[in-house]
Ligand binder design. Structure first.
Ligand code: ASP
Length: 347
């Protein structure tokens, strides 16, 4: 590392860079120069900052695997030239992107800090300026031996730095918009940036190895959210969708589901046809324990795999990633329960 931190900002869009359309008063993405004009304080950091901008910047509701590929390619192309990356992204799908990038970036040894804001950067009360500046400082932080402090994909928002693939958007208006329900923060942002070193991801085997980017995601997956009174017709058809490869089954409590025969039959049929079904709880935090209740055990008996304490965002992108690597259903099942980037607790 050189003395002056070299950070690349990848601007994808989101509220942080938006500006109000005078005609209909909706927020629309604006360009990187507009963003920078509104944060003159960045110059005080004295960093060597380069940037890459999505053309056009997008509202993150339009995010897709093709955009994840674009971000990963920019990171791959600039990996040796910079010390870290700050990705500016809309908050709505930020946790999906953070999870997807974490799986894509094999052997990552540099920070990829994703941030955005609840209010556009041009607004007087914006949280965007603070988030952007703190994200740059986190990306530039080093350990006492000069290595990057953060060597993973993380989300920086207001008072916290979270592991990206453990995060979820929790509020549409609170400045602390994210949380990580089953993993503690990587840093607390107050008067100081206080890193909790034991919580940071370290991939020792990856040290000295080149970054290995895994492109390709499969979109033949779905999230199936259970509720009392769900329709046989709807659920059965959905599980019979041609080409379906993986399902994140959002279950009750510790991983429980109704025991009605039609539902269990539909699941069995899908699993027998090679569909991988992952059991993930609907609860905002906690873990799946399929053996705790008979209603969970029946899912285990059918061959559903436990999603443990993984978030829905990480679960669906992990399935997309694993199937994108052309693994067989058996291989996907085996890999799913293994922590690839610190996204799941192994029991
Ligand atoms: N709709 C915006 C987006 O996700 C919201 C935000 O940035 O907070 O792009």
């Amino acid at each position: 590392m050189t003395q002056t931190p070299r950070i690349m900002i990848i601007y994808t869009g989101g509220t942080i860079g938006m500006i109000e359309n005078q005609k209909d008063h909706t927020l629309q993405p604006f360009n990187f120069d507009h963003l920078m004009e509104n944060v003159p304080k960045i110059k005080m950091l004295d960093y060597d900052i380069t940037n890459f901008q999505f053309q056009p910047p997008i509202d993150s509701s339009n995010m897709s695997p093709a955009h994840w590929d674009d971000m990963a390619r920019v990171i791959e192309d600039n990996y040796e030239q910079v010390d870290g990356f700050v990705v500016l992204h809309g908050t709505d799908t930020m946790a999906y992107t953070a999870s997807a990038l974490s799986f894509m970036l094999g052997n990552l040894q540099k920070p990829v800090i994703i941030t955005g804001s609840q209010l556009p950067i041009g607004e007087v009360r914006t949280d965007g300026e603070e988030n952007l500046i703190t994200a740059l400082q986190v990306a530039a932080a080093r350990t006492s031996d000069g290595k990057p402090m953060v060597r993973e994909v993380a989300i920086l928002f207001e008072n916290y730095l979270w592991r990206g693939n453990r995060s979820t958007k929790r509020s549409a208006d609170n400045f602390n918009a994210f949380r990580s329900p089953n993993y503690p923060e990587l840093a607390h942002i107050g008067l100081e940036i206080n890193f909790l070193k034991d919580n940071l991801y370290r991939h020792e085997e990856g040290e000295g190895l080149p970054l290995q980017v895994h492109y390709n995601f499969s979109s033949d997956v779905e999230v199936l959210f259970l509720f009392p009174g769900m329709s046989r017709n709807v659920i059965t058809r959905s599980l019979e969708t041609p080409g379906l490869k993986g399902v994140v089954l959002k279950t009750f409590g510790a991983g429980n589901a109704p025991g009605c025969p039609w539902f269990l039959q539909a699941l069995r049929k899908a699993i027998d046809n090679g569909v991988v079904v992952v059991n993930v709880t609907q609860c905002p935090n906690g873990t799946v324990m399929q053996k705790l209740y008979a209603t969970g055990d029946q899912l285990a008996e059918l061959g559903c795999i436990s999603g443990s304490d993984i978030t829905t965002e990480a679960a669906i992108t992990k399935l997309m990633y694993l199937f994108g690597q052309n693994l067989t259903p058996e291989e996907v099942k085996r890999c799913f329960g293994v922590s690839l980037r610190g996204e799941i607790s192994q029991h």
